[in-house]
Design a protein. Structure first.
Length: 659
């Protein structure tokens, strides 16, 4: 190794002083870049030690480091951890759960140069008063923890994340380091753009967690699904995490059923707060020490759950997605989801809390297709044009900044409609938030509204596509780990041997090897009808794949009935309206199979369509709708949709999503 490639010796010394015996090369490269004044985007798996990057870098920089962290509980844990591990690196947090006296004492310590790291929430950092204080301190670095939150959307979105780039500029634009465990290529681009990162060093590690066995349990009945999930958690708690798995159809699969002698805690994620409390109660009835956790609980109850989980005095915590971000407990033996999450990014984040000690762990998804309705609902972005016009118009006509409360008083608008309008207008830089309130940008009302509506459409398309990728993961017969890693942008050709599909043999049957592809994960593609997209999964075909403009879907015409046809004459019979001999045969009978075949180019891969109940045009029969999902053979075609599809194409494991 040449001298100029040897990392500076003080990086390793600083790491040891913070209790890190050895740094991974990717950690060291990231620290070296930040200390040298370069922006860094670090994408490293859960449990990899992302916080060590900015903590070690902070100890080497001249000036305080600001860590922007989404959760106060996470800030508290990291501050306490630094106090235990180091005497020369002092950290403080400034947040709303401390008294004004405590927060002022922290600011005074910073001003005296006694503090190395200060933890803030994005909302706190967005305040003018806080930015003035930070600018006076001469901040050496900004660290954005859990950076994937910048690109998050939906009911739990926090608009303050969109303003972090402005925060960095306001306090003197120090180097920025953004760290996260999950960010597919489109999310990485949004993170760097929103933060205004300049030529960042992007450090990407492997997302694989081979110690975690992946499995899915398929259900059709809600009550049976609940009972099965409770039984599953009880078995895993009694056997140290490795309970007998179940196959996709609900029967016993090839999972391990023997106890491995390990002890540890389990996590159960539910879709709603009510379900979290119900599940914890059912587990308690079965003799487990179980606690519920969700955002509506009193702070004392949430603190109790956190402390019991960290101390290992509880067997299971049943929680919503509000629990667990940033918590580093090494001996979580299993993570069970009783309902599908809204994205594979979230799923990876949540099950990644298992097995951080390197021992065997399990991630289980109990799946009913009907349960995708809730995340699909939250993925819907249908802002009211009149709400956008009213909010933007009010701000432009105001002579001083307006508060959110005053805007919610606009006539004929609900508070939710106003908040949605503000979020979208803020997203497209049509309005800005200051300590005094909301102020308009330079865009006209018409331009601001059109940009906001387009942004909402893009967000909805992407969010629905992410929901559909959860369906693909749950229903695949391929290696589940391959499906997950390919979605995150990591290509692997080897079957993992540590998921239910590998153990049952279906993954080997589904693994079709072929030649090279002309597209790789993260490549930006453009479709002439549906716009820009990102390729998430490499094609496994003997020839380079193409990117044409049509696909295939089952078809339910509104103006004619389809024939009952043998499969070899299906296409011919369905190109024209059914004759008199076919009248009276309803479309919905099991014997009836319809498929619309229309002229246009074709997708040269097997496409999975999920445009159920979407309207399409037909050259002979003006309107129809997609009536079911199916896997379709190569070289099939379909009509062009009247409007842009909300769930885009998938080749088994991958969706084409807009950039």
């Amino acid at each position: 190794m040449s001298p100029d490639t040897v990392p500076p010796p003080d990086i390793d010394a600083a790491a040891r002083a913070l209790g890190h015996a050895e740094l991974h090369p990717r950690q060291r490269d990231s620290i070296d870049a930040v200390v040298s004044g370069r922006d860094v985007l670090a994408l490293l798996a859960s449990g990899f030690g992302k916080s060590a990057i900015y903590q070690v870098a902070a100890s080497l920089l001249d000036g305080p480091t600001v860590v922007l962290s989404p959760l106060i509980a996470l800030q508290r844990d990291q501050v306490n951890g630094l106090r235990r591990r180091s005497t020369h690196v002092r950290a403080v947090a400034v947040h709303s759960e401390q008294s004004d006296t405590e927060n002022e004492r922290s600011w005074e310590s910073l001003a005296r140069g006694e503090v190395t790291i200060v933890y803030l929430t994005p909302e706190s950092a967005s305040r003018d008063e806080v930015q003035d204080r930070l600018r006076a301190l001469g901040v050496a670095c900004i660290a954005v923890d859990e950076a994937h939150c910048i690109a998050a959307r939906g009911h739990d979105f926090r608009p303050a994340y969109l303003r972090l780039g402005h925060v960095a500029e306001a306090i003197g634009r120090p180097p920025i380091i953004a760290v996260t465990a999950t960010a597919p290529p489109p999310i990485r681009d949004e993170i760097t753009t929103r933060l205004g990162m300049l030529d960042p060093l992007t450090v990407v590690g492997s997302f694989d967690r081979p110690e975690i066995r992946l499995s899915v349990v398929r259900h059709h009945d809600a009550d049976m699904a609940l009972r099965a999930a409770v039984d599953d958690v009880v078995r895993r708690s009694e056997s140290g995490g490795q309970a007998g798995g179940r196959s996709e159809s609900g029967g016993q699969a090839g999972g391990r059923s023997e106890s491995n002698g390990q002890t540890g805690t389990g996590l159960v994620y539910t879709a709603t707060r009510v379900q979290a409390e119900e599940f914890a109660a059912l587990l308690a009835e079965r003799g487990l020490r179980a606690l519920a956790y969700h955002a509506s609980l009193p702070r004392s109850a949430r603190d109790e759950a956190h402390e019991a989980f960290a101390a290992g005095t509880v067997d299971v915590v049943a929680a919503t997605s509000a629990f667990g971000m940033g918590i580093d407990k090494p001996d979580v033996r299993f993570v069970v989801h009783t309902a599908p999450p809204d994205s594979l990014e979230r799923y990876y984040q949540e099950f990644g809390r298992a097995g951080r000690d390197g021992a065997d762990a399990a991630a289980v998804l109990h799946f009913r297709a009907e349960d995708l309705g809730l995340p699909s609902f939250f993925a819907t972005r249908r802002p009211r044009r009149d709400a956008l016009e009213a909010v933007q118009g009010a701000l432009r006509s105001a002579t001083e900044p307006m508060s959110t409360e005053s805007l919610t008083g606009l006539p004929d608008l609900s508070p939710r409609a106003v908040e949605t309008a503000l979020e979208l207008l803020d997203h497209v830089d049509a309005v800005h938030h200051t300590d005094a309130g909301w102020v308009p940008g330079s865009l006209s009302t018409t331009e601001a509204v059109e940009r906001a509506l387009e942004a909402a459409r893009r967000q909805e398309t992407a969010a629905r596509s992410r929901v559909e990728m959860v369906r693909t993961y749950a229903e695949t017969r391929r290696c589940r780990r391959q499906v997950l890693l390919e979605y995150l942008g990591e290509v692997t050709e080897q079957l993992c041997g540590r998921c239910d599909t590998c153990e049952s043999g279906t993954a080997a049957e589904s693994d079709v090897n072929g030649g090279d592809t002309s597209y790789r994960p993260g490549d930006t593609l453009h479709h002439r009808d549906w716009g820009a997209g990102t390729w998430c999964r490499p094609m496994r075909s003997a020839s380079p794949c193409t990117f044409p403009n049509t696909v295939t879907a089952p078809w339910r015409p509104r103006s004619w009935r389809s024939a009952t046809s043998p499969s070899d004459s299906l296409e011919t019979d369905l190109r024209q309206p059914a004759g008199a001999e076919n009248r009276g045969r309803p479309r919905r009978t099991r014997e009836t199979r319809t498929a619309g075949s229309f002229s246009a180019s074709t997708w040269r891969f097997q496409a999975r369509i999920d445009w159920e109940d979407r309207r399409f045009a037909h050259d002979r029969h003006p309107r129809g709708r997609v009536c079911r999902r199916s896997f379709l053979p190569v070289e099939c075609e379909v009509a062009r949709p009247h409007d842009r599809p909300e769930a885009l194409l998938q080749e088994r494991s991958v969706a084409l999503r807009p950039v």
